[in-house]
Design a protein around this ligand. Sequence first.
Ligand code: FES
Length: 173
Amino acid sequence: MKCNRLVDVGRRQFLRGGVLGVAGAAAATVMPAGQAQAQTARAMLDYPSSKLANIADLKVNEPMDIGYPDADSPGVLLKLGTAVEGGAGPDGDVVAYSVLCPHKGFVMSYHGADKTLNCPGHFSRFDCEKGGQQIWGHSTQNLPQFALRVDDKGDIYAEGADELIYGRLSNVL
Ligand code: FES
């Protein structure tokens, strides 16, 4: 009988600890989320502005090779032909992405038929009309999209990235 009561007390303490543990974990989750937001915002600002091309240089659905934030970091500049969320330019359809696969850094190629970037390594695929969202494969993050600004002369500038570019320890140079 006494033994049963001890088991019961032990179970209640375990459950209480579990609840506190979950609450603690939730609190811990809330804190880093705020930090992560701050880091994302900072990452967008940390890359220097770099001119990529002029809007007149782009043809619909024909990718242009770029290097951003430096020549060691290949990317692609695209005029998609339809406005997308985050798209720049007068038609809201100009986007730019890193072409280094977030999984293991293979250089990806553009597939115009479905507007995706495709990895030859392990076949991850990313949707260029959806902010680089991964739609298939091993990668554990979406594709870094470059923040673009188009000035009144039509010059296109990249000014940041919204994800960690493969091979970099942080989104700073
Ligand atoms: Fe691209 Fe593995 S390197 S999926």
